[in-house]
Design a protein around this ligand. Structure first.
Ligand code: 8YV
Length: 332
């Protein structure tokens, strides 16, 4: 499929090199690497029909481009894009589901083993010379064996995490907005109900108005002193202060986190906790996944401008049709 060199596509902020190359080959690319929300000349702004970006895109930014048709977001989670506003203006929003699922699910398992078997601390013991000077690393209080896992968010990544946990012989339950068809893991209609039933809570939940800080002190209390909390979804689903207190006071045993409330900034209190194993949002950070995400982002632009449909629309804008594909007079 070839693009339309006449379609202007804005790329604000950083973007994967491969995506940049393909956008440049197929479209009239407007590159704004150091994007700070600056205004572009009115004629350029009016000519922008697509945006491909990893950076947040709010309503004001969309409204700076009167003829914007599509936002191709680099990432599966799209909480940084105001999709409600996009839908109201008839702007298509796409994301990158599917291609990063396995790599992200692997990180949940890595964090879980790190948290339960204390691998980062054991490695530090070795590197700091304590193995040689003091002997074996202390036995860990906890094991994966016999754990009961609860997955919050049973989408593609949640299912891939469950598949891995099954291989470890860990029991699996889940909470999701709705029961998932064809999935026979125990469903809990409330998050607190799930937390009461398990000792290992793994959050894969997206950041939405309904999930904002829902993982809070009550959930940690329910998880209990043998509790492990893993987060590979979004940091904004957690009350981070409640989590810090729960770890400081032994309300839960340990946490493994790849996502945080205000990335890339973490409170010192969290960094100071020996029972927290922390990663800098590396879930999809393999060359393989990032390349596939870059390809899917650009495939969405190509498909939109050549055929009038997106490949992977977000559900909120899946109904939107390209102007060229609409019978005249039909609204978007
Ligand atoms: C990031 C992710 O988007 O896809 C997501 O939702 O959280 C990650 O893959 C990626 O790190 C780009 O910043």
């Amino acid at each position: 499929m070839h693009g339309s060199k006449s379609a202007r596509v804005l790329v604000p902020g950083p973007l994967h090199e491969k995506a940049l190359q393909r956008i440049d080959q197929n479209f009239a690319m407007v590159r704004q690497e150091a994007w700070r929300g600056q205004l572009l000349p009115a004629d350029i702004a009016a000519s922008i029909r697509g945006i491909c970006a990893i950076i947040p895109i709010n309503a004001d930014m969309m409204d700076a481009f009167p003829n914007l048709e599509i936002i191709a977001h680099f990432g599966v989670g799209y909480d940084s894009v105001d999709v409600g506003h996009a839908a109201s203006r008839g702007i298509m929003v796409t994301h990158t589901p599917g291609v990063l699922t396995e790599d992200v699910a692997d990180i949940a398992i890595g964090l879980l083993i790190n948290a339960v078997r204390e691998l980062p601390r054991a490695e530090r013991w070795l590197r700091d010379g304590q193995w040689a000077s003091q002997g074996a690393y202390p036995l860990t209080k906890r094991t994966l064996q016999g754990r009961r896992a609860g997955i919050f968010g049973m989408g593609r990544v949640g299912l891939a995490v469950a598949q891995r946990l099954k291989a470890f012989g860990i029991s699996i339950a889940y909470h999701n907005r709705n029961r998932v068809e064809g999935v026979d893991y125990s469903f809990y209609p409330t998050l607190i109900g799930l937390a009461e039933a398990v000792d290992t809570l793994i959050s894969v939940a997206p950041s939405t108005a309904a999930t904002a800080r829902v993982i809070d002190a009550k959930v940690f209390d329910a998880l209990g002193p043998n509790g492990i909390f893993i987060n590979i979804g979004r940091g904004k689903t957690v009350d981070q202060n409640d989590l810090i207190k729960a770890l400081q006071n032994g309300v839960i045993a340990a946490a493994g986190l790849d996502v945080f409330a205000e990335e890339p900034n973490l409170p010192q209190a969290l960094l100071d906790l020996p029972t927290a194993t922390l990663l800098p949002h590396v879930g999809s950070a393999t060359e393989n996944s990032r390349q596939a995400m870059a390809d899917l982002c650009v495939d969405n632009l190509l498909s939109w401008f050549a055929e009038g449909r997106a490949v992977t629309a977000v559900p909120e804008t899946a109904h939107i049709k390209a102007a060229a594909a609409r019978p005249s007079g039909e609204p978007h």
